[in-house]
Design a binder for this molecule. Structure first.
Ligand code: G6P
Length: 616
């Protein structure tokens, strides 16, 4: 969940590291720090501060760092030890020759710390990370070089880790390691310079030639390039690839927040994703990264979709697609629940994981469980080269570009489009869809970017409707059928952005509990589009109105009955029922955004959250 950046090359490292940390701040934002190997030699210079990068900038402004061409930086999301200057990374050993930044949890840190203390090591922080610095120090003292010291140290650590270290004994060198699913270590190949980072985002301003470390791999970089090794001591072959992400697209541009930009980018992100997965004339699916997974589409007897957060809600929409389009039994599961349940599955079940980052630890662990059971796997992912794409037998890529808002928006809608495409492909391979129906579905999906664009033209009007939530502390979101995941996602967006308590509920469940909450101060957002269950939702709205509850309804354009019945209505254009989620989520994203904005919330970096969750 923390962000890591390392640089070595011919330029001054500090500005590159600080800019990188700003690009990584969405990973964690409770403290930040850098360490540099001074050009003049000597021990690493460390600056670290509790708070956002601005605090670190101010500290460095007050006490400038020495010139240096090699350094590491870190932005923290606290696990062990509260946010403080002392607990911020980088950490050093008893001496100051080695510095470490880390993402993950050293599960045996208490035992290691006791053991190291007995040998005379003194600790300055409450972090688990500091034990890594001390272990590296011991290994270096016993004569190992930094790469070997990292390998030996990793052998002592329990749990998943991503680690990067420097030592003044090896100027111009940085070493990184990945064990398990604590997050990516991405190697960036520049001209006469090399970088390491937890994220592509921080590398893109410098290079698009990157390599991802696999589990149990290490890398040593200097300005000439990278060498790779495995934890068991052998050399590893890792080839860099060129990613197509455009660095300019990663900039915030004229928008006040990344999230606003990302909400507004949805028509383009959808068009790019749909264009990457199919052609409309002639109607043809072009899911070309399914590789070994395609034959399984024909053989499997059911589909299980897993994900977390917003991606789980996309998976819930996907369940409808597999059932309705491919007529395959489909279910969804929260990845963190699935992995511990000893689930019953085997080669008859296609496991579809949805993860925009491809690095969420619970999703990766769920995929390991699926692999051990012999289930074939496909991942829906927005990050080429990420861990889910390596573990799965096939991938359906979304082309949303980088998403920096901690709360997901464009990766939700593009994941839904990708799931629609995968369900169509499954139906095609299984002979469950006629050419005409396939062409119709493809045309319908291809029309969605424009429809979402039309929705966004009403941004200001939708935002105005959020005025009714000005004094509200609780909101109920109701939906049925394919609108249920949208109700859940609308509630999630509301709580994570605005900190208003919001509950997403299956409308049919309302009478089994939530209706007790209804009073004039407890408004409901009702998803009441034209899908088959509209009449049932109408009844639910009547029941709320009869109890003096306020209803903001999301209705189909021209649905005068519902417009009259609700206290206020926001409309979505008429679209095929299965694609209505793509249109209906837009007003809910805007409502959450406007509610948060009115309350002065930090929209891109809501409190306590992190974009990619790599700890359990
Ligand atoms: C975090 C983010 C969410 C995201 C979830 C799953 O909670 O704040 O926006 O939906 O992780 O992330 P993934 O990368 O697996 O889609």
């Amino acid at each position: 969940m923390c962000g890591i950046i390392a640089y070595t090359g011919s330029r001054q490292a500090a500005p590159i590291l600080l800019a990188g940390l700003r690009d990584l701040e969405y990973r964690g934002y409770d403290s930040a720090g850098v360490a540099l190997l001074p050009e003049s030699g000597g021990e690493p210079a460390v600056a670290k501060r509790r708070g956002k990068i601005a605090e670190l900038d101010a500290a460095i402004g007050a006490k400038p760092l020495p010139p240096a061409r090699t350094g590491i930086g870190h932005t923290r999301w606290a696990t062990h030890g509260a946010p403080s200057d002392a607990n911020a990374h980088p950490h050093t050993g008893s001496g100051s020759e080695v510095v470490v930044v880390h993402n993950g949890i050293v599960e045996n840190y208490a035992a290691l710390r006791a053991e190291l203390s007995e040998r005379g090591h003194a600790f300055e922080s409450e972090t688990d990370t500091e034990t890594i610095a001390h272990l590296l120090e011991e290994a270096l003292d016993s004569g190992s070089d930094l790469l070997a010291a990292m390998r030996e140290t990793c052998g002592r650590l329990a749990g998943s880790q991503a680690i990067v270290a420097l030592t003044s004994r090896e100027p111009g060198v940085a070493v990184g390691a990945r064990i398990g699913h604590a997050g990516a270590v991405v190697v960036g190949y520049g001209e006469g310079e090399m970088l390491l980072s937890s994220d592509l985002a921080a590398l893109l301003p410098h290079t698009r030639d990157v390599a991802f470390l696999a589990d149990r791999q290490l890398v040593r970089i200097d300005e000439r390039g990278a060498t790779y090794a495995t934890l068991d001591g052998s050399a590893a072959e890792v080839e860099p690839r060129t990613v197509s992400l455009d660095p300019a697209s990663a900039a915030r541009g004229p928008y006040e927040t990344y999230m606003l930009k990302e909400i507004m980018e949805q028509p383009a992100a959808l068009a790019d994703t749909i264009g990457g997965l199919m052609t409309v004339e002639p109607a043809r699916l072009t899911l070309d990264d399914l590789a070994e997974a395609r034959p399984w589409l024909e053989r499997v007897e059911r589909v299980l979709l897993v994900g977390m957060g917003t991606s789980l809600h996309a998976a819930m929409v996907g369940r409808w697609y597999f059932e309705q389009i491919a007529r395959l039994p489909a279910d969804i599961d929260n990845a963190s629940e699935f992995r511990y349940r000893e689930p019953v599955l085997g080669p008859e079940t296609l496991v579809v994981s949805v993860s925009q980052s491809g690095e969420t630890v619970d999703v990766l662990e769920a995929m390991n469980v699926a692999r051990a059971s012999g289930a074939p796997q496909i991942t829906i992912c927005n990050t080429p080269g990420s861990q889910t794409t390596r573990v799965a037998d096939g991938a359906v890529h979304t082309y949303a570009g980088l998403e920096r808002g901690v709360a997901s928006s464009k990766t939700f809608t593009t994941s839904i489009a990708a799931l629609f495409a995968l369900a169509l492909e499954t139906a095609r391979v299984r002979g469950r869809i006629s050419d005409d129906d396939l062409a119709r579905h493809v045309r319908d999906l291809a029309a969605m970017p424009e429809i979402v664009g039309r929705q966004l033209e009403s941004f200001d009007a939708i935002a105005k409707a959020a005025d009714r939530f000005r004094a509200t502390e609780h909101i109920l979101f109701l939906g049925r059928g394919p609108a249920l995941p949208i109700a859940l996602e609308g509630a999630l967006k509301m709580k994570e952005l605005s900190y208003v308590h919001a509950e997403g509920y299956a409308a049919g469940e309302m009478k089994h509990g939530p209706i007790a909450l209804i009073d004039p101060k407890f408004p409901t957002v009702a998803l009441a589009g034209q899908h088959a269950l509209r009449s049932k939702i109408v009844s639910n709205i009547e029941q709320i109105r009869a109890r003096d509850g306020e209803v903001l309804a999301i209705v189909t354009e021209g649905d005068d009955e519902l417009i009259a019945l609700a206290n206020e209505a926001l409309t979505v254009p008429p679209v095929p029922a299965l694609l209505e989620p793509l249109a209906a989520i837009v007003p809910l994203q805007v409502l959450a955004y406007a509610t948060a904005d009115a309350r002065g919330r930090d929209i891109d970096q809501p409190r306590n959250l992190a974009k990619t969750v790599t700890v359990e």
